[in-house]
Structure formats: C-alpha cells, structure tokens
Write a protein that binds this ligand. Structure first.
Ligand code: P6P
Length: 344
C-alpha cells in the first residue's frame, strides 16, 4: 500500500488528515481544524448546487450588482449565504469579509478566534457555460482579545499573518486545496460518499513553466513592461491558457508550472483582483508550494491592506516566470502606472 509522508494510506479522508496534522502540534486546540471542516461542509453544499444549477434555475444573474459593481449571479448569493451560515454555526469565527458584502460581517461571536476573508464564488460568470469556478478563503487569527468587539485592525492584516488559506475548485472534479503553513495538500471530493479524500500530497509548483495566463483582450492598455513580457512568452512559444476563472488557472499553473497575471489596465487601473480574499490566499498557497506572488514589485503578502475590497495587480506562479516578468518592470520603472510603483 502506498504511504505518504504522514504514514497514512492514500485514500485518507480530509477529516482524518486534519486530525493527524493537528496531533503533530501538541498545543493545537482543534479550533482551526474545526474551521477547516466547516469550510469543507459549505463546499460540499455549494458543489451540489453548482452541479444542479442548470436544472434548478439557480444559474444566471440575480439582478443586483455587488459592492464591486459586478452583476451578482444567483449562485454568488447562495454561496455567500452558505459559507456565512457554515462559519456562523461552526462557532470558530468572529467576523467575515466577503466579496459579496460591502462591510465586515460581524458574527456576534466574540469568543471566535478567527477572521475569514472569502470570495464565495469566483468566476461565477462562467456558471452558465459550465466552466470551472471556485471559492477562495483566507484565515487570520484576530488581534483584539477574545470577548471584545472585532476591530478594523483584526480584518486589515497583511497576508503574511494568515494562519490558513485555500480554495475549492468546482471543476471536472471538485477539490479542496489548502495550507496552514506546512505545505499544500489537495483533496478530491467523492460525491457518492460525501467525503474529500487526500489526492495531492505536499504539492510543489515547478520553478519554471511554459504556460501564461492573462487576458490579452486588454493588451493595448497594458503597461509597456507587461506588453514586453507577453511578447516574450509568445516569442518563446509558451502556451496561452486563460479561462476567466482565477482558481482554475492558478490550480493548473501550480501543478504544471506557469504564471497568471492580472495587471493594471485602463479598466482596472489598480488591477482587478482583491488583495484580502483573492490575492493573499493564493499567494500563501503559491509560496507554500514553492512559487511566488507579487504585484510586479512587492511580495503580495507584505502589502498592508487599507480597505476591505482594495485591488492590486497580481503576478503569481512559478518563481522563475514571475521574476522574469518583474525584470521587464525594472527596465520600464519610470513609465509604469502600476499601483505597485506607487506603493513601492
Ligand atoms: P477578466 C473572475 O471575475 C475573476 O475575478 C477571475 O476569476 C478571473 O481570472 C478574472 O476575474 C477574469 O477577469 O477581466 O479577464 O474577464
């Protein structure tokens, strides 16, 4: 029987894996473990609803725009409700930041030790065309003492303070991928058993790759450095792979080697992706898997958030590819309009 580093047989359930990992830390109280279970439960429920959305008329737009000015899809709202409910009922979380909610969701659970920042359903415009979508989450320990009201300092922590991060990928199979700072582990969902099983042990991202993911439709408004890097990828006949779903593009690039870029554009002068619940979570995973994530100049996880929904440029993936992309910025530094320069 194949055994992995933990001496466990392959086919280990998420629950058993979490417990075994927790046992490695004598001071672990089990609260983070329970929080991960709560997220997995919500993921199972969303997986069920996504797989039936075409039949239940829960696809399509909700007819409301969210705080981002983006048209909410029905499943965006359902996912937001489901994850918020799972975290509220789980009792480990005191506050949530969600892409779908303008302000902090105070769960009125002052004993909760954790803060969760999440994008309940990223790439939801792909729902109706049956393309993979995902949930992204970051977990922080609160700074203010338990028993006191949640503060903005609790929710505006840099990514370097994350105690956990992960994503659910609702694709050809549904996966949960997460890290708590000791490697990246992937679990594949078996619907007939209602269980996530360990399928990707200690994921490592190749240092190099030949896949680049960027929306070239905005090429004309890219900064010169980004244009030059995209041209470099084409000259080297790299594969262009961009499906409009960050989690799916990131997951493929992590396994095969590659880079995902969402730079500054005229439509998104500070980049499109949100620091707190998209960039930081994937940056933590990327670094734990041996990759890197920057805004073109600075490590994503070193950026100090000032607003809940602030955006930033994202260059994430194989280390050598991100460094190569950054090298073009260094050549063009004075011309760059990237927020990276401003925040440098
Ligand atoms: P564009 C989805 O809205 C998302 O946040 C990411 O999942 C995806 O990579 C990106 O935006 C797509 O944005 O501007 O290329 O359509």
């Amino acid at each position: 029987m194949t055994k992995d580093k933990l001496g466990l047989p392959v086919g280990t359930t998420l629950d058993r894996f979490i417990k075994r990992k927790q046992d490695e830390f004598p001071f672990a109280t089990g609260e983070l473990s329970q929080l991960l279970r709560d997220i997995a439960l919500a993921g199972k429920i969303i997986n069920r609803e996504i797989s039936r959305s075409g039949l239940l008329n829960i696809g399509g737009a909700f007819g409301v725009t969210n705080v981002q000015g983006e048209e909410q899809q029905k499943l965006d709202v359902i996912a937001d409700i489901r994850f918020t409910r799972a975290l509220r009922n789980g009792g480990e979380v005191c506050a949530i930041i969600s892409e779908e909610e303008e302000g902090v969701i105070d769960l009125e659970n002052p004993k909760g030790k954790y803060i969760v920042a999440m994008d309940p359903l990223d790439g939801s415009s792909n729902i109706d065309v049956n393309v993979s979508i995902g949930t992204i989450f970051s977990i922080y320990r609160r700074i203010s003492p338990a028993g006191t009201p949640v503060t903005m300092e609790d929710v505006l922590q840099p990514g370097s303070e994350q105690v956990g991060a992960g994503y659910l990928l609702y694709g050809s199979s549904t996966m949960l991928v997460y890290t708590t700072g000791h490697g990246v582990y992937g679990f594949t969902y078996e619907p007939s058993l209602g269980e996530f099983f360990l399928s990707h042990q200690d994921i490592k991202m190749p240092k190099d790759g030949s896949i680049f993911s960027v929306n070239e439709g905005a090429y004309c408004t890219f900064e010169p450095a980004v244009k030059e890097y995209v041209d470099y990828c084409k000259k080297n006949e790299y594969s262009a792979r961009y499906i409009g779903s960050l989690v799916a593009d990131f997951h493929r690039n992590m396994l095969k080697g590659g880079i995902y870029i969402y730079p500054c554009t005229d439509k998104a002068p500070k980049g499109k992706l949100r620091l707190l619940y998209e960039c930081n979570a994937l940056a933590f995973i990327a670094e734990q898997a041996g990759g890197i994530a920057t805004n073109g100049y600075k490590r994503i996880m070193d950026l100090k958030p000032t607003e809940l929904h602030q955006r930033c440029p994202l260059f994430i993936g194989s280390e050598n590819m991100v460094r190569k992309a950054e090298s073009f910025y260094k050549k063009h530094e004075p011309e760059s309009k990237s927020d990276a320069v401003a925040s440098r």
